[in-house]
Design a protein around this ligand. Structure first.
Ligand SMILES: Cc1cc2nc3c(=O)[nH]c(=O)nc-3n(C[C@H](O)[C@H](O)[C@H](O)COP(=O)(O)OP(=O)(O)OC[C@H]3O[C@@H](n4cnc5c(N)ncnc54)[C@H](O)[C@@H]3O)c2cc1C
Length: 395
């Protein structure tokens, strides 16, 4: 797929570019069946991305009969199309999280996410590299903010250091990691099927009500429904309109190159840009959502200009990489304005989780486990940590 080309901006009324395939996809997925008829289970999980699959795994661990469905393929949304960063904390940098949520909660969440990175690495070691990550300052003002960021982490005994090196200057977060997000989800899905979960692809939830999920070819009856969908969650639950807003994030990747050597993932310009070098030398780069302005608040999930142009310019001029672009892709994520994810019972017996504000790999997995606890136990300490902590699901 070398030399994938975008249409010129003036032709891009639909912003479409084919085939919108992430660099993570090696084409080896064998697929799962489609649901064909009615079915029943204790819990139905809607959405088989990283959050939903973590939830499925936790439900299986607790001996629950589970059915999982996805409108497309396993991790066909953001979960298999992201930057592959495993970062501790929430959307906010740590000092901002402390200001927003207070020391106790910010530190508790940070520690939970650090532990979750370790858990993810232990669970799927073939997909994960524990490399640490770098937050790099693009200006003196941002360098000053990096110093506040570092000071806040150190004040709370969280591992971090000052970094100056070829990538620039900023904060080194030694416990973060990088992974192939699609590979991880595929491993989790296969493992869940082997453990007895009934997972179906190309099976949309058309209607979600207490105790049942209607799909095109049958109805799933269940005691609980867990909807683990990040981008476009508000289209499934219109009652969340105003609390969740969907945006498109975009990336590109290059052919393998040795023009640079980046041992760890890097994010810069207040987190807007992010890139990492894969073990085979490819560069995966995302960002410039703000360059697209209001047009990036969309349910469309196709890569388009001007964001792709800005990414390529940054690849060439900012990173000094000439290697050809081989992949361009996009996906939807949802944002909240609380700095915390949404995890709550939206309808009786129906839990929704999402709204990770662009950083859902780790916190989404945590929310997936919390949702499983809520569905089984009716309460979850993990869920209580988040500001949008749900009311317990009635037993
Ligand atoms: C370009 C990009 C880069 C990113 N980089 C990072 C990063 O480096 N680190 C990080 O932590 N986060 C990153 N994120 C955010 C992260 O990818 C997401 O927050 C996370 O993957 C969300 O996973 P999920 O499983 O909760 O939801 P999703 O990935 O949104 O999965 C939901 C699934 O539900 C399915 N679905 C939707 N509607 C229905 C329905 N009605 N019926 C059945 N199934 C349905 C979809 O097909 C999809 O497979 C990035 C996101 C993007 C787009």
């Amino acid at each position: 797929m070398v030399g994938v080309e975008l249409k010129p901006a003036q032709e891009q009324s639909t912003c479409a570019v084919s085939p919108n395939t992430p660099v993570w996809d090696d084409g080896s997925w064998g697929g799962l069946p489609t649901l064909d008829g009615d079915a029943s289970a204790d819990v139905c999980v809607v959405g088989l991305g990283g959050s939903g699959l973590t939830c499925v795994g936790e439900l299986l661990r607790r001996g629950v009969r589970v059915i999982g469905i996805d409108a497309g393929e396993v991790a066909g949304g953001a979960a298999g199309r992201n930057g592959g960063f495993l970062l501790a904390g929430t959307y906010d940098f740590y000092h901002d999280a402390v200001a927003r949520h207070g020391h106790h909660r910010a530190r508790h969440i940070y520690r939970l996410t650090m532990d979750e990175v370790q858990r993810i690495a232990a669970e799927t070691p073939d997909a994960v590299r524990l490399t640490g990550s770098l937050r790099i300052a693009e200006s003196d003002e941002e360098a000053e903010d990096c110093r506040h960021h570092l000071a806040a982490l150190m004040a709370d005994d969280l591992p971090a250091g000052w970094y100056e090196g070829p990538e620039g200057r900023g904060v080194l977060l030694p416990t973060d990691g990088a992974f192939n997000p699609l590979l991880r989800c595929r491993i989790l899905a296969r493992r869940a099927v082997d453990a007895g979960a009934r997972l179906y692809e190309h099976t949309s939830a058309l209607d979600i009500r207490p105790g049942e999920v209607r799909t095109p070819a049958g109805t799933i009856r269940c005691r609980r429904v867990i909807v683990a969908v990040d981008g476009r969650l508000e289209t499934i639950f219109p009652e969340l309109e105003g609390r969740i807003r969907t945006a498109r994030l975009q990336m590109l990747a290059t052919a393998p190159t040795d023009e640079v050597r980046l041992p760890r993932p890097v994010y810069a310009r207040w987190g807007y840009e992010y890139w990492q070098q894969l073990p085979d030398g490819r560069i995966a780069l995302g960002g410039f959502r703000d360059a697209g302005g209001e047009s990036q608040w969309t349910h469309d999930a196709e890569p388009c200009e001007p964001v792709q142009q800005r990414l390529e310019r940054f690849l060439r001029d900012g990173l000094g990489v000439r290697a050809p672009v081989t992949h361009r892709w996009a996906a939807s994520v949802s944002f909240t304005d609380t700095g915390l994810p949404l995890l709550e019972e939206v309808r009786p017996g129906v839990l929704a989780l999402g709204g990770y504000s662009g950083t859902g790999n780790v916190i989404g997995a945590l929310c997936g486990r919390a949702a499983a606890e809520l569905a089984v136990d009716g309460a979850s300490e993990l869920a209580e940590v988040f500001a949008s902590a749900p009311r317990p699901v009635p037993a």
